[in-house]
Design a binder for this molecule. Structure first.
Ligand code: ATP
Length: 464
C-alpha cells in the first residue's frame, strides 16, 4: 500500500470520476468554488447522513433545525461578527503581491514550515516573509470575512444583509422557539447542516478552504456548572465519530487553542485536526462558547434568553458547547484517508478504501460476458439490490476495467454473474479491499450485503 497521497492525486481522481469539478469551468473556472458531481454529491450526502444519524438517531437530546441563510442584519451586530469576524491580512511588497493570512504564516512558522528571521525560545516575534517569493510583507490589516448583499430593488443604506458566515446564529436566534416546542430542557442541543460563506483571504488546497461551504453544527445548551464536562464529552464523541467511520486514529489529533487563538466568543476551543497532505489542519472546532451568544442576543433584541428550571426554580442563561464541523472538509479527509494505490498482478490499481456506509455506491452488478443470458440475470439481481442500497449495473468493457472503475469510486462489493450463475443461481462476491472472491447464493445477496453494511469497520490500511 502507498502512503504517497497528494492533493494533486485526489483532485485528479475527483475530476476523472466526476466527484468534484471546478466551478464555471467553461468560463475558465472560478477559483476556490467547486461543484459536486454525481459521486461527490452521494459521498458528501453520506457524510452528512452519518452526522445526522449520530446526533439524532443515536442520541435523544438533540433536535434538528434548518434556518435560512439570510438573517436580520442586527444578528451580526449581536454576534460580534460585524466588528470582530476578521482575519489579519498581509500583502507581499515584493514581486508577487500575494495576500496571506498573517496568523497562518505565524502558525506555519511556529511549526517550522516557513521559519525565518527570528527568535528562539519565543522571545522576540518572528519576522515573516512572503512564502512565495521571500518579499517583505505589509503590516497586518483586519479584513472582515462576511459577504454582503442587498435585499430589495435598490442598494441603499438599510438594505445590506450578509450571507451567513456560520450556521450557528440561526440556532441561537431560534433558541426560544425550539425550547417552547421541542419539549427539551438543558442539557439539550440543536443541530443544523447548511451553507456558510466566507470571503477568505487565502483559499487553498482544493475543497479544504472555499468561499462557500457546508457546516454541520450543534449548539448544545447546558447548565453553566456542567459546561466543562460536556465540552470533554463532545470532544470524545466527535473524535469517535471520525474513527468509527474509518479515519485512522494516528492521522487525527485534538489540539487545544492557545489563549491568543481563541475566537471572541470562546472560553476554550479544541480543534480536531487531520493529517492532510499539506500537514495537520482543522477538520472541526469544538468550542465552549459560555453564555456569550444568548446574552448578546438577549441584550440586542430585548427578548429574554434565560431558562427557568421547573424542578428547582433556578433561572440561568444556558452555556453552549459547539461542535462545528465542515461537511466539505470532512469529505476531503475521508477521501484522502481512503485513497490507496497498489500493484495487483502487475497492474497498478487506485482504490478508495471508504467505509461502506460512506461509499457512494455499495455494490456493482457485473455480468462476466455480454451473452448467454448473463446480462438479463445480472440486471434482475441489480433491480432487486438497488431497492435496498445504491447499486450500479455495468456491462461496458472488460471485467478488469469495470472493477477498476468501481475501485476508484470506492464501491465495496462487486457482484459478478457468470456461467455458473446460470446453472446454480450463485454469484461471485468480490471484496474491494482484500480482493477475496466468494460464491454466494443470489437469493441471499441482499441480506448479506445489508448485514455487512452495518458491521463495525476499520480501515484496511490499519489492518495491513
Ligand atoms: P480556519 O481556521 O481553517 O479558517 P475556523 O477556525 O475559522 O477555520 P470555524 O469557524 O471553527 O473555522 O468553522 C467550523 C468548521 O467549518 C471548520 O472546522 C471547517 O471544517 C469548516 N470551515 C470553516 N471555514 C471553511 C472554509 N472556508 N471552507 C471550508 N470549510 C470551512
Amino acid at each position: 500500500m502507498s502512503e504517497a497521497v497528494t492533493m494533486e492525486k485526489i483532485v485528479a481522481l475527483c475530476k476523472r470520476r466526476g466527484f468534484i469539478f471546478q466551478s464555471s469551468e467553461i468560463y475558465g473556472g472560478m477559483a476556490s468554488v467547486y461543484d459536486y458531481g454525481h459521486y461527490g454529491t452521494l459521498l458528501k450526502g453520506n457524510v452528512k447522513a452519518e452526522w445526522w444519524r449520530s446526533v439524532l438517531q443515536e442520541r435523544d437530546d438533540v433536535v434538528a433545525l434548518d434556518a435560512a441563510i439570510l438573517m436580520h442584519p442586527r444578528t451580526w451586530e449581536a454576534s460580534g461578527h460585524l466588528a470582530g469576524f476578521t482575519d489579519p491580512l498581509v500583502q507581499c511588497l515584493g514581486d508577487c503581491k500575494r495576500r496571506w493570512r498573517e496568523d497562518h504564516l505565524r502558525e506555519a512558522s511556529n511549526r517550522g514550515v516557513v521559519a525565518e528571521g527570528g527568535a528562539e525560545g519565543g522571545e522576540a516575534p518572528l519576522e515573516l516573509h512572503c512564502p512565495q517569493c521571500g518579499g517583505e510583507l505589509t503590516e497586518p490589516r483586519q479584513f472582515n470575512l462576511m459577504f454582503e448583499t442587498h435585499v430589495g430593488p435598490v442598494a441603499e443604506e438599510g438594505s445590506t444583509v450578509y450571507l451567513r458566515p456560520e450556521t450557528a446564529q440561526g440556532i441561537f436566534v431560534n433558541f426560544k422557539n425550539v425550547l417552547q416546542f421541542a419539549r427539551k430542557r438543558p442539557p439539550f442541543g440543536i443541530a443544523q447542516v447548511g451553507k456558510a460563506f466566507r470571503n477568505e483571504i487565502t483559499t487553498q488546497s482544493f475543497i479544504f478552504r472555499t468561499y462557500e461551504f457546508e457546516q454541520m453544527e450543534i449548539e448544545f445548551f447546558v447548565p453553566p456548572a456542567e459546561a466543562e464536562i460536556w465540552h470533554e464529552r463532545w470532544m470524545e464523541d466527535r473524535m469517535r465519530w471520525y474513527t468509527d467511520l474509518g479515519l485512522r486514529p494516528d492521522h487525527l489529533q485534538l489540539r487545544p487553542h492557545g489563549a491568543d487563538e481563541l475566537s471572541h466568543y470562546s472560553s476554550a476551543t479544541s480543534d480536531i485536526e487531520y493529517l492532510f497532505p499539506m500537514g495537520w489542519s482543522e477538520l472541526e472546532g469544538i468550542a465552549n462558547r459560555g453564555d456569550f451568544d444568548l446574552t448578546q442576543h438577549a441584550e440586542h433584541s430585548g427578548e429574554k434568553m434565560d431558562y427557568v428550571d421547573p424542578g428547582t426554580g433556578e433561572r440561568y442563561v444556558p452555556h453552549v458547547i459547539e461542535p462545528s464541523a465542515g461537511a466539505d472538509r470532512g469529505t476531503l479527509a475521508f477521501m484522502v484517508d481512503a485513497y490507496d494505490e497498489e500493484e495487483v498482478e502487475g497492474r497498478e490499481r487506485v482504490v478508495l478504501r471508504l467505509h461502506p456506509r460512506l461509499a457512494p455506491v455499495k455494490a456493482a452488478v457485473l455480468p462476466l460476458v455480454n451473452k448467454d443470458g448473463q446480462p438479463e440475470k445480472a440486471r434482475a439481481i441489480y433491480e432487486e439490490l438497488r431497492r435496498r442500497m445504491p447499486a450500479e449495473f455495468d456491462t461496458g468493457g472488460s471485467i478488469g476495467k469495470r472493477y477498476r472503475r468501481q475501485d476508484e469510486i470506492g464501491t465495496p462489493w462487486g457482484v459478478t454473474v457468470d456461467h455458473q450463475t446460470m446453472e446454480d443461481d450463485t454469484v461471485t462476491l468480490r471484496d474491494r479491499d482484500s480482493l477475496e472472491q466468494s460464491r454466494i447464493s443470489a437469493g441471499e445477496l441482499v441480506a448479506d450485503l445489508e448485514r455487512r453494511l452495518h458491521e463495525p469497520w476499520r480501515s484496511p490500511k490499519l489492518i495491513s
